[in-house]
Design a protein around this ligand. Structure first.
Ligand code: UDP
Length: 247
């Protein structure tokens, strides 16, 4: 891709898989996607070669799709293989999980088998606090902890469900079953809530729609092998996907 690299002003934040830099325009930030992989609240660490490139481009693809569907996001443009330009937001300290199918912590918590389709999509909130292991919180608890106002929590919930309405059929057309995913939201300069963070196989569970093969970070979490190959497979189905011309 064309190199549109912008010289970062200074580092603002270094996370487990991404860094955020100040851009010369103070309303914007540069987000850099690395290959580092962590799981279980940072207890398991590793590297997935080229993951940063794939997640940067996949996130850009999903953010563009969501913008077209009327969901406001922090995405501005792709700068290079590993960096995107985004709006500078104050992150709301909630992880917003949308689920279509039982998996992961929901399976553990409720004893339901992984793979059971939920009667309707559900939204869960966890409070972003590594020291507490990102505890599950109710909407009322999120409000009482000061994460967001009642109106903001309700807006976030509606936006998260809308994201699912857009991504789920989009993935399925590409033979990927969208099991669940995690979103983060932020407040832009004008106070408006917009979708932030990333959308990638690090933050979504994708299963092959026909075979049920896991094509996401569970391959790393659960030592299933072919981790890089799974990320490339998702990229091939979504990134390079060219719909057949209408006849
Ligand atoms: N997830 C994430 N970051 C987290 C926790 C979860 O991106 O810190 C994503 C995860 O990839 C999955 C969804 O959120 O797509 C639901 O995860 P779950 O609560 O089942 O937790 P897990 O089993 O991954 O611990």
């Amino acid at each position: 891709m064309a190199d549109k690299t912008i010289q970062p002003v200074k580092i603002l934040y270094s996370g487990k898989a991404k860094q955020v830099y100040a851009a010369p325009d103070k309303d914007l930030v540069i987000i850099h996607y690395r290959d580092d992989a962590t799981a279980f609240n940072g207890e398991k660490r590793g590297r997935i070669e080229d993951k940063g490139i794939i997640n940067n481009k996949l996130s850009a693809r999903f953010f563009r799709l969501l913008e077209e569907a009327g969901v406001p996001t922090h995405f501005v443009s792709l700068l290079n293989d590993r960096q995107m330009l985004c709006k500078n937001v104050a992150i709301i300290p909630l992880e917003v999980i949308v689920r279509n199918v039982v998996a992961g912590s929901l399976a553990k918590r409720t004893g339901q088998a992984e793979g059971v389709e939920l009667p309707e999509p559900m939204v869960e909130l966890t409070y972003k606090d590594d020291a507490q292991g990102d505890p599950l919180v109710t909407e009322e608890e999120a409000v009482s902890m000061g994460a967001a106002s009642k109106e903001e929590v309700e807006r976030i919930r509606q936006m998260a469900l809308r994201v699912n309405e857009v991504l789920r059929p989009f993935a399925l057309e590409r033979k990927l079953r969208l099991i669940d995913f995690k979103l983060e939201f932020g407040r832009a300069g004008d106070g408006k809530i917009i979708l932030a963070d990333e959308i990638s196989p690090d933050t979504c569970r994708f299963w092959d729609a026909e075979t049920g093969e896991k094509l996401d970070k569970d391959r790393f979490r659960r030592d299933l092998g072919n981790v890089k190959e799974a990320y490339i497979e998702v990229w091939n189905r979504i990134g390079d996907y060219q719909p057949a011309p209408a006849v």
